[in-house]
Design a protein around this ligand. Structure first.
Ligand SMILES: Cc1cc2nc3c(=O)[nH]c(=O)nc-3n(C[C@H](O)[C@H](O)[C@H](O)COP(=O)(O)OP(=O)(O)OC[C@H]3O[C@@H](n4cnc5c(N)ncnc54)[C@H](O)[C@@H]3O)c2cc1C
Length: 404
């Protein structure tokens, strides 16, 4: 069989995997990347440590489980661990199934890819922004801004989504897919910090609590996450908020006004707090809360329950104020205004419609010879190694099939 020239558009996680897979299945491979180096986003992942997969990742953790199931049946999280181990990256297991490289350096992935590319004569074309793809019969011409075009037998579109545009992912994948006749679902940011409407943010900025955090639509609980909740000058951050942000943005998009609800005392029974307060009627309110909750919440609480002086004695706190105090301690609600958007988001929700891509091969059903991989597609997962896992699995399947 004649050797195919596979041109991979995008040198992010999915494109790098597609390139190795295509080469190992007999293709000549060229990777076109707009930055002056590959994997700019990859080296920022996992706070520079790269949480590259998750041992618990399953199809049902993603937005389109049936589709992901088919792709994972061809390249699973365990295949990912084995694949990178063969290239030299030893796995380091952490909590909740998260896997990092033993070196604790995301840059290890770039070093490994660059070494393998050199050994396998995979060509890298850097500082090269793909502007369009032209069809010439069954082949393609990839047009690059201010440079000569590249001809290809097959192309893999691995140009990412719109999240974290500083890394180079600015939504070009969706544009190029559209130029070739594909459709995309609506795109919005996720795994992103939320903006909150509260007069107490500047006072609370920097406070971190470990608690249960719920996302509410009106009074209904939509999703609950446990872990760190961080207060910032604009709103809320931390792992709990990132996980809730997908649904929060979806609610905002559909015109709802969602709320974040959190407990200041997730492991203290309400009865014991009521008892502590009732037993000390001569104590000032602020003193009664010291040692129970983070001190920075005391002033916001007293203001919220309508008390001018935090030093008011407990016996002078009215019944209504007392009940409001208990509500704030256990179910404080803050309205969500929005999110920090694509510029700060870790992933993009939405992408090229899955009905137009064959999950067995990642081949376009619209244009023969075009393949897709990674975040450019309408697949997303939670925080914790799930999104890179999608990039590796889809990249591998796209690469081997593009080479055939
Ligand atoms: C700060 C941060 C931390 C993250 N941490 C984790 C984590 O620990 N674990 C995890 O699983 N996921 C993490 N993610 C998500 C994960 O990084 C992405 O899901 C994954 O990188 C997507 O891979 P991709 O190849 O589809 O796209 P990308 O990695 O976005 O790669 C696309 C590439 O295409 C290039 N490109 C774009 N347009 C053009 C063009 N016109 N011409 C040429 N090249 C172009 C871009 O420069 C880029 O290099 C994190 C994301 C961010 C932003």
């Amino acid at each position: 069989m004649e050797q195919k020239h596979v041109v991979v558009l995008g040198g992010g996680a999915s494109g790098l995997m597609a390139a190795l897979a295509a080469q190992s299945h007999g293709a000549r491979v060229t990777v076109v990347e707009k930055n002056h180096r590959i994997g700019k986003k990859l080296i920022t992942t996992g706070n520079g440590r790269c949480n590259y997969t998750n041992r618990h990742a399953q199809a049902q953790d993603y937005n389109n489980p049936d589709y992901v199931r088919e792709v994972f049946s061809r390249f699973s999280p365990q295949d990912t661990i084995d694949f990178f181990q063969q290239l030299g990256i030893e796995p380091k297991d952490e909590e909740n199934g998260k896997v990092f490289p033993m070196s604790e350096q995301a840059s290890s992935f770039l070093d490994v890819f660059l070494y393998e590319f050199g050994m396998r004569a995979i060509q890298l074309v850097l500082d090269a922004t793909v502007e369009s793809v032209e069809r010439i019969g069954h082949r393609f011409r990839v047009h690059i801004l201010n440079a000569s075009s590249i001809e290809a037998d097959r192309i893999v579109i691995a140009l990412g989504g719109k999240a974290f545009p500083l890394s180079g992912s600015t939504g070009d994948g969706e544009k190029i897919a559209r130029m070739l006749g594909h459709e995309s679902t609506e795109l919005y940011p996720a795994l992103v910090k939320l903006k909150i409407d509260s007069p107490y943010l500047s006072h609370l900025a920097g406070v971190k609590i470990n608690t249960n955090v719920a996302l509410l639509r009106d009074r209904d609980v939509v999703q609950v996450e446990s872990g760190d909740l961080l207060f910032t000058p604009y709103g809320l951050s931390g792992p709990t908020i990132l996980q809730l942000s997908r649904q929060a943005n979806a609610l905002l998009k559909n015109g709802h006004r969602p709320f974040i609800q959190f407990s200041l005392l997730p492991s203290t029974p309400e009865a014991s707090v009521r008892n502590r307060i009732c037993k000390n009627p001569e104590k000032p309110l602020n003193q009664a809360l010291i040692g129970l909750i983070h001190k920075r919440f005391i002033i916001p609480i007293t203001k919220e329950i309508g008390i001018d002086s935090p030093g008011l004695l407990l016996k002078d706190v009215s019944e209504d104020q007392y009940e409001k105090l208990m509500e704030l301690l256990y179910e404080w609600k803050m309205p969500i205004n929005g999110s920090l958007g694509f510029s700060e988001a870790q992933i993009t929700i939405g992408g090229v419609r899955l009905s137009q891509i064959d999950p067995a091969t990642m081949a376009s059903k619209i244009v023969k010879g075009v393949y897709f991989a990674g975040e450019v597609m309408d697949i997303d997962g939670p925080c914790g190694g799930y999104n890179l896992q999608w990039a590796w699995s889809s990249g591998f399947v796209a690469g081997i099939n593009a080479a055939r």
